[in-house]
Design a protein around this ligand. Structure first.
Ligand code: C2E
Ligand code: MG
Ligand code: MG
Ligand code: MG
Length: 279
């Protein structure tokens, strides 16, 4: 009986896995097609200085709307794209589009400091990555210091030596580097001290923690750590005045979140900038 039961549950397990794999393969096909059919697009979320509300720039965030109008969150399809290798061409497109968008805003006279672009580990590991960044800057005419690459902590753990070299090269071009979702991964502190990083991004989870009995404990730690290392601190996921005020008091320099604005289409940026200035 026990045996049969086990075998039964084993069959069920593999059947479910089979479905999961088929679904994943299908989603992957759809993703490839979506990229070709330009159903993937970018939204931009403002980043502001907390102390004076000044707009610093935007983070580019990828979106996928399927043919039947469903939104697939990037946390679902980025891993897929990483798995299939599509992230290389997709990431290149994100980088180039973001640089061109920023260049246009600057050409129109907006005084902004940065466009932040998320970079996946897989992209970063590509030997051609630096060339890709250089060509995106060259072709768009965007000076390097306007570009910030957001890298998650896991990147810093993988292939440490090569990573350090690539970062140093990117820094020598004048590009800025932020560690995304800081505190959720496994950064080695000695590494953080050595790496040419400009900014730590406090993960949304630690901003949400402000509303709990724990309060801003981790946000405070990250801010103090960053300050000690001479880094700028930005918080993501600011949803209330309380979040803003608490973070500002802690010494957090910058922030982004729904309180300020949700990620928006490129066409909404200029109206938003006007509104923000007058409000
Ligand atoms: P992330 O880089 O940490 O981006 C911040 C996420 O928090 C975004 O989710 C943003 O929409 C969301 N967010 C910002 N403010 C708030 C807020 O006040 N409340 C709430 N509830 N959420 C807020 P999104 O756009 O779904 O992106 C999720 C993740 O997907 C990103 O996390 C990033 O890791 C990844 N991602 C997005 N675009 C790209 C891309 O072009 N390339 C790569 N490699 N990854 C990307
Ligand atoms: Mg990010
Ligand atoms: Mg983040
Ligand atoms: Mg995050």
């Amino acid at each position: 009986r026990t045996k049969g039961y086990q075998r039964g549950s084993h069959t069920l397990f593999t059947r479910e896995m089979g479905i999961a794999i088929r679904e994943r393969a299908m989603l992957m096909q759809h993703l490839h097609k979506a990229f070709d059919a330009e159903r993937l697009y970018l939204m931009y979320q403002p980043q502001v200085e907390l102390i004076n509300r000044r707009v610093l720039g935007f983070e580019a965030l990828l979106r996928w709307r399927t043919d039947d109008g469903r939104m697939i969150p990037p946390t679902d399809f980025i891993p897929l794209a990483e798995h299939s290798g599509l992230i290389i061409s997709l990431g290149a497109w994100v980088l180039r589009t973001s640089c061109f968008m920023m260049r246009q805003l600057l050409d129109k006279g907006y005084q902004l400091e940065r466009i932040a672009v998320n970079v996946s580990v897989i992209q970063f590991r590509q030997p051609e990555f630096i060339e890709l960044v250089e060509s995106a800057l060259r072709d768009s005419g965007l000076p390097a210091h306007f570009l910030e690459l957001e890298i998650t902590e896991s990147v810093t753990m993988n292939g440490a030596g090569m990573f350090e070299e690539s970062l140093a090269h990117l820094k020598s071009l004048g590009i800025q580097i932020a560690i995304d979702d800081f505190g959720t991964g496994f950064s080695s502190l000695s590494y953080l001290d050595k790496l040419p990083v400009d900014r730590l991004k406090i993960d949304r989870a630690f901003v949400m923690q402000i509303d709990t009995a724990d309060g801003p404990r981790i946000a405070e730690l990250i801010t103090q750590l960053g300050k000690k290392l001479g880094l700028k601190i930005i918080a993501e996921g600011i949803e209330s005045d309380l979040h803003w005020n608490v973070l500002q008091k802690l010494g957090c320099d910058e922030g982004q979140g729904f309180l300020i604005a949700r990620p928006m289409l490129e066409s909404a940026i200029e109206p938003w900038l006007r509104d923000w200035k007058t409000s």
